[in-house]
Design a protein around this ligand. Structure first.
Ligand code: SAM
Length: 390
């Protein structure tokens, strides 16, 4: 990831929008007695109705947006994912799909078309989306691209009980608000947000950590030793996974995201954490710039998610790089069966490189597969399985 040296200047309307959110954030800091956690700040920046990055109407995903996700790069990604879903579906009766954080809705369209092609459509394709704005976009996309299957797609506000099927989360956990920890001179602090004397946002060390965070901080200390160190903890992703586990009676969960096992995440050399911000396709690490106009993300600690899964009685069935997951799912065979002309084949070869090369998304992105009550192993997720690293 590249650090931006100079970011583009927002136009007047965008700047006003950001100023409005900043005012609201400052009010929140005042109401909370002078400081808020970074998780609260990140939540306000991304999800404040009408103003947050994901909750307001600017074009974020895909070509011309701030960042591009795998389903936006190529339909082959979602078609391959459909093959993995098909493996799970073959063991279930009347299975469904829940997709969390469906972005533009493109992945839902491509998965459903491929499952239709495989004659394995789900009874329902549920979408649970945090942003009302994106939910509207998804509805438009489904109506436009999938009119004959639009009756299958439904939006839910919460997880259903006794769910049977597959749960999908592509680049969703990294968009969940994280807490920040600061280890300094033998002390552990939570890095929170306050205002300086000029009224600007600034980091501040708070020595009183909530119990859950303190437990995690002590675990992290074990990896990093006594050096100065800043890092993130994604408690929300763990709570989210617990709620998914509560809902799932039988089936699988595929979590696809960038991140590492804890031993690499909390590596002694990664002293400034994994927090990244994206504004108009430029990556940098300052979350205070243009609140509401830039994306804020942190990498995923896959060990923490695997441990949460285990403690909620899910089977940790696989942990692969995105490249291995896609190759095992037959991404290369899809090119020959789906591309009807040479130009398209060449274009798809380029897309596959972006999705699978180690220098692109192939290794940074991982797939954690969790299952419950499946009678047979899923053979594709055995390819170069790396659960031993978790
Ligand atoms: C980085 S975007 C990824 C979008 C899409 N999955 C893709 O791959 O193109 C993150 C998405 O997750 C959504 N999101 C974040 N937290 C969520 C949650 N707890 N429940 C549902 N959606 C969530 C955001 O609103 C947004 O749609």
């Amino acid at each position: 990831m590249t650090m931006a040296t100079k970011l583009p200047v927002p136009d007047n309307m965008a700047q006003q929008h950001s100023d409005q959110l900043l005012t609201l954030i400052k009010q929140k800091i005042a109401i909370e007695g002078g400081e808020i956690s970074f998780a609260q700040y990140m939540h306000l920046c991304l999800y404040t109705p009408g103003l947050g990055y994901y909750s307001a109407g600017s074009h974020k995903l895909g070509t011309g947006g701030d960042f591009t996700t795998a389903p936006e790069i190529s339909s082959l990604f979602s078609q391959t994912l459909a093959h993995h879903i098909n493996d799970v579906f073959s063991q279930l009766t009347e299975p469904n799909i829940i997709e969390f954080g469906a972005g533009s809705g493109k992945m839902a369209v491509d998965i459903l078309l491929e499952l239709e092609h495989l004659n394995r459509l789900p009874a329902n394709y549920f979408i649970i989306e945090a942003s009302a704005d994106l939910r509207g976009r998804q509805q438009q996309q489904i109506e436009a691209k999938l009119p004959h299957l639009s009756h299958v797609v439904q939006w839910l506000d919460q997880l259903p009980n006794n769910f049977i099927g597959v749960v999908l989360a592509n680049e969703v956990c990294d968009a969940m608000p994280v807490h920040r920890l600061h280890f300094s001179s033998g002390h552990i602090y939570e890095q929170v947000i306050t205002l300086n004397s000029a009224g600007d946002l600034q980091w501040c060390d708070n020595e009183f950590l909530p119990e859950e965070l303190l437990i995690r901080a002590n675990e992290i200390q074990h990896f990093i030793g006594q050096q100065d160190y800043v890092t993130e903890v994604n408690l929300q992703a763990e709570a989210w996974l617990s709620s998914v586990a509560d809902s799932l009676d039988q089936g699988a969960v595929f979590i696809i995201d960038y991140g590492y096992p804890n031993i690499s995440y909390y590596h002694p050399e990664r002293t400034t954490g994994t927090l990244m911000c994206y504004y108009q396709q430029q990556g940098h690490d300052n979350p205070f710039i243009f609140p509401g106009l830039q994306d804020i993300t942190a990498h995923i600690d896959f060990t923490a998610l695997a441990e949460t899964a285990q403690s909620n009685h899910l089977d940790v069935a696989g942990f692969q790089t995105q490249a291995d997951f896609l190759i095992a799912g037959g991404i290369t065979e899809l090119v020959s069966t789906h591309a009807d002309d040479e130009l398209k084949r060449l274009q798809q070869a380029t897309e596959i490189k972006r999705l699978t090369l180690p220098s692109e998304m192939g290794e940074n992105f991982k797939v954690l597969t969790l299952t419950r009550q499946l009678e047979h192993l899923l053979p594709r997720i055995q390819l170069r399985d790396q659960r031993h690293r978790l």
